[in-house]
Structures are given as C-alpha cells and as structure tokens.
Design a protein around this ligand. Structure first.
Ligand SMILES: Cc1cc2nc3c(=O)[nH]c(=O)nc-3n(C[C@H](O)[C@H](O)[C@H](O)COP(=O)(O)O)c2cc1C
Length: 332
C-alpha cells in the first residue's frame, strides 16, 4: 500500500532534475530533511536494459530513502522491466515522466508528448504496476500545446487512475512542444495552480501533488490546504537550507534540530568516505555542497576554497572536514 511504504513522504518532495538530483545531491538533501520524498534524475528505461550501465544509472546510498526512481519511456515492457529492477534495488516508488518537453525526449516519443496519448500511458502504468510491488506514480503537465483544457487533463488523470497510478505530480504549467525549449517551458507558460486545485476537488479520492514555482515553506503550507503534496525543484537546488524546517513544520516532526550549513557538510562526510574509498571523486559531491552557504559575508570565498580543494584529483573527505570547521568557527 503506497502510504505505508512511503509514510506520507510525498507531502514534500524534491523534484527530479537532470544533472542536479544525482545521488550526491540527494544525500545532501537528506541532511536537510529526513522525512520528505526524493527523486532520481530521469533515467531512460531503454538504458536500464543494458546491464553494464545500470549501477551508475540507478545506484544509490541507503541513507537516501524514501526514494523514487523516475523513468522515461513509452514501451510498456521496458517500463515494466524498470519497475521490477527498481523494486529489486530497494527503491520506494517508481515514477513515469510525462512532463519533459525536450526535443530529444520527443524524438523518443516519451515525456510530455505522451499527454496526447492517455490510453497508451495507461497501458504503461498498468504494466509497471503489474510488474512488482512498488507504487507507480506519474509526473505530468496540465496540458500540451492546444490540448490544454481542464476536461482533457481530467480525462488523462482518470485513465491513469484506472490503470493503477498511485499519485499524480502535476507541474502546473502546460508545455509547448514546438517553439519553446525545456528551460523556456519552465518559465514562460503561466502557472495555473487553480487547475491542480480543481483536480483535487473533483477527484478527492486521488493523491494529487502540486509542482511549479514554489519558493518557500509558507507557500507550501498554504498549498497543502488544497492538495496532498508539494514538490519543489529549482528552489530546493538553489537554496537547500531554505527548507531546513520542512520536517518540523510540514511533517510535524520535532525530533531533530534544524540543519545548518556546517551540519549538512559534516553529515555528508561519512557518505563521502564511502564514495571516495570506492574510487569516486570528491568533486562530484562538493559541486552541490557549495549551495549550502549563501547570503553571508565570505560565502564566495568559502565556495571558491571548497571548489578548488575538492577539484584536486587526490581530494578526499578531509577537505569537507576543513570546510565544516570553517563554517563552525563562524557559527554557520
Ligand atoms: C535542470 C532541470 C532538470 C530537470 N529534469 C527533470 C527530469 O529529469 N524529470 C522531470 O520530470 N522533470 C525535470 N525537471 C522539471 C522539474 O522536475 C520541475 O517540474 C520544474 O523545475 C518545475 O518545478 P520548480 O519550479 O519547483 O523548479 C527539471 C528541471 C530543471 C530545472
């Protein structure tokens, strides 16, 4: 049952973002919030078929739970195989990307263009749900091109719900498949939260999560009056510590002190030790960690020093020790 597996973690989730929400950033985010749901970057189902790349594509650290694997694809069999693999690997959920408008993804006939084919997406969801025990969820837009009426959105969601979709993560913008690039498609089409609210109102039995443009905890709290979950992308990556009170305030969990910049860096060190001792480069972790210090004097120096030290080929976790000490000395 989805809720018992995820313990309601989808109340707040960090959106899947290619090149950003890799395993290292997710470990960082885990120092900020233990309760929320994290997503991988999108992994193309077809790529998972090839075993030699699998570990790199879907490997993760146990501290990342609860964790959803996001996949892209349009072949029910390959998607079912991905769902089976996700379950074997210990993921908590599998999510299908029906929101990405990039040209490359469109050429593969998946992502946002699948919104025009609800019956086909329903077959994909059905195959994924039948393949294993994981909840199958879908991330999608409110519409594409001129197929953007509320009726079409409702029909899309109804078809997927009947196929076994456990939750809908709705990016509250339509996507223009021609004429706008992915970045423009995340800013130019207006946000229409009212359509997501209407969806929850008209289908109260479905789990509906709102995504797009959420900037702070207070706005998330307000949105949670109307939907079951909120999903934050860019504002989580750019300002991880902005979300330090998520567990306390959105999950009503006072058991942990709020994260600080130094506690995040320190918290990542055991993971960095595991990563570096298995041959990984520290830079892969440090490139995200620079995000935890902002808006204080000396931030740029600290970032630069960390970047330089971590960029050395031989750099190890001791670089993070020093970076954490510098922050602790300043009470950050
Ligand atoms: C750099 C970047 C990469 C993204 N990659 C993905 C992805 O792999 N899968 C996906 O469903 N959405 C992806 N998105 C979209 C986000 O998940 C999210 O829907 C979008 O950024 C809107 O939320 P926000 O305003 O909180 O950032 C990406 C967004 C950004 C900025």
């Amino acid at each position: 049952m989805p809720d018992s597996l995820l313990n309601g973690a989808y109340r707040f989730s960090v959106a899947p973002m290619m090149d950003y929400t890799d395993r290292h950033f997710r470990v960082l985010m885990r120092q900020v919030t233990r309760r929320s749901l994290l997503y991988t970057e999108m992994v193309v189902a077809q790529a998972l078929h090839h075993s030699e790349r699998r570990e790199r594509l879907i490997g993760f650290d146990p501290c990342e739970h609860p964790l959803a694997l996001q996949v892209g694809g349009d072949d029910p069999q390959l998607l079912a195989e991905a769902a089976r693999m996700a379950a074997e690997r210990g993921y908590d959920e599998i999510n299908l990307n029906v929101g990405c408008p990039s040209e490359k993804v469109q050429k593969g006939r998946f992502g946002a263009c699948l919104m025009a084919e609800p019956a086909h997406v329903a077959r994909c969801v059905e195959a994924m749900a039948a393949a294993g025990p994981l909840p199958v969820t879908v991330k999608h837009r409110i519409g594409i091109d001129d197929r953007d009426s509320y009726g079409e959105l409702l029909a899309f969601v109804d078809a997927l719900a009947a196929a076994g979709c456990a939750r809908f993560s709705v990016h509250a913008r339509k996507a223009w498949l021609e004429g706008l690039d992915p970045k423009q498609n995340r800013t130019i089409p207006p946000l229409r939260y009212e359509l997501v609210h209407a969806l929850k109102h008209d289908r109260p039995q479905l789990r509906i999560e709102l995504n797009g443009g959420l900037q702070d905890l207070q706005t998330c709290q307000q949105q949670l009056q109307q939907v079951d979950g909120v999903m934050v992308g860019r504002a989580a990556y750019d300002h991880p510590l902005r979300w330090a009170a998520v567990d306390q305030e959105l999950f009503n969990d006072p058991s942990r002190p709020q994260a600080s910049a130094s506690s995040v860096v320190r918290g990542v060190i055991p993971y960095a030790e595991r990563w570096c001792s298995s041959g990984g480069r520290l830079w892969a972790i440090a490139r995200h960690l620079v995000q935890v210090v902002e808006g204080v004097s000396g931030a740029r120096h600290w970032r630069r020093d960390l970047g330089q030290a971590a960029g050395e080929r031989s750099a190890g976790p001791e670089v993070l020790e020093r970076a954490a000490e510098q922050l602790e000395e300043r009470g950050l």
